[in-house]
Write a protein that binds this ligand. Structure first.
Ligand code: HEC
Ligand code: HEC
Length: 318
């Protein structure tokens, strides 16, 4: 009698324990999904018309196209065999599981700011929340000599890559720090909005003062009143990032429309506000050439459909 009772107590305890483990796990996976959305992994790791995260998108580089790889949990063609540490090394140090250096077309230079905790949550999401695609991308990167020698990127990393995770600035509010953490890290605003030097490194002295992305110009988003976004309010920035119309300013187009659609508009209002508060605090950098903000050039038009033509890939979750 008492054994049965003890057994059922034991069973109930075991069930409780396993449900709470499961609950913690799925919470972890959900958190990882949110962070992967903030990082917009799907934008680069999905080919037009292809399966989400299965790779094969060509990213233009001055050296030739660099193709994204399959980051689904497929053990043959994806990252199914990556350990947490290898995943972390790819995201923060630009190192592939086999030790080779990744091309900085993968924004590890920004993702490096991400905390251990957030890397672990994303790992849980990629291993358990993304559907495995057992197929190699249609194209793989084949840069000409000497750029095909990934070891030479070790020199580039030594010169330009700072792998220190985000350090909170105690003189700022938690909101500002959250915004800085996301903007400099996962949301990688600088990847597109910061000009690059001849060696393709971001020019940190002119951070966010305007950069080029595959034929598009990502304008100056420092608080410079003329060439930047000094005249935007925090609220207008939040509206813009959530894909809502902003009076007198056009909707995001091209790569920014993709960043809004796949990533930014899915963030919580608190995170968007934090990003806006931080962005508004970035020191003004005027380039002396541009005398008016990108929103001052005429009437906004919504030509999104004719520009994009195709629907954006959607990440589906099992
Ligand atoms: C701006 C485009 C871009 C974004 C955004 C991006 N990646 Fe990548 N990623 C790449 C490219 C390109 C490669 C392949 C680089 C190479 O071959 O050297 C790559 C490679 C990788 C690899 C190495 C896989 C392997 O073994 O080949 C991992 C892991 C990875 N990315 C994870 C992520 C995660 C997670 C995110 C989102 C947090 C993300 N990437 C967002 C472009 C991107
Ligand atoms: C994939 C590249 C990319 C990323 C990542 C990106 N942007 Fe942009 N952004 C652009 C491009 C390109 C434009 C110009 C779009 C246009 O012409 O409509 C733009 C436009 C903008 C504008 C409008 C500026 C103006 O004067 O009209 C704002 C504000 C902005 N981005 C903020 C951000 C913030 C904040 C982040 C990070 C949270 C970010 N962007 C991340 C590429 C990017």
């Amino acid at each position: 009698m008492s054994t049965t009772f003890m057994q059922s107590v034991g069973l109930a305890a075991a069930m409780l324990a396993s449900t709470s483990v499961f609950a913690a796990d799925s919470e972890h996976i959900e958190r990882g999904r949110y962070l992967a959305t903030a990082g917009d992994c799907v934008a680069c790791h999905t080919a037009p018309g292809g399966k989400p995260m299965a790779g094969g998108l060509a990213l233009a580089s001055p050296l030739g196209p660099i193709y994204s790889t399959n980051i689904t949990p497929s053990k043959v063609h994806g990252i199914g065999n990556y350990t947490l540490e290898q995943f972390s090394d790819a995201l923060r140090h630009g190192k592939r599981a086999d030790g080779a250096n990744l091309y900085p077309a993968m924004p590890y230079t920004e993702y490096a700011k991400t905390s251990d905790e957030d890397i672990a949550a994303m790992y849980a999401y990629f291993m358990h929340g993304v559907e495995a695609v057992d197929a190699a991308p249609a194209h793989t990167t084949a840069l000409p000599f000497p750029f095909n020698i990934r070891a030479s990127l070790g020199v580039w990393n030594a010169l330009f890559h700072d792998a220190t995770p985000y350090q909170a600035d105690a003189s700022q509010t938690p909101e500002w720090n959250r915004g800085a953490y996301l903007s400099q890290g996962l949301a990688h605003c600088t990847t597109c909005h910061t000009p690059r030097t001849t060696l393709m490194a971001e020019d940190s002295k002119r951070s966010l003062s305007g950069g080029e992305v595959g034929g598009w110009y990502a304008p100056n988003i420092t608080s410079d009143a003329q060439s930047g976004i000094g005249n935007w309010t925090v609220q207008e920035l939040v509206q813009y990032m959530s894909g809502q119309p902003v009076s007198g300013k056009g909707p995001a187009a091209g790569p920014m429309a993709e960043a809004v659609d796949h990533s930014l508009k899915h963030l919580t209002p608190e995170d968007l506000k934090a990003i806006a508060v931080y962005i508004k605090s970035v020191p003004a950098v005027g380039d002396g050439r541009v005398k008016q903000g990108a929103d001052q050039f005429g009437q906004p038009v919504d030509a999104l459909h004719s520009i994009r033509g195709v629907d954006l890939p959607r990440i589906t979750t099992p």
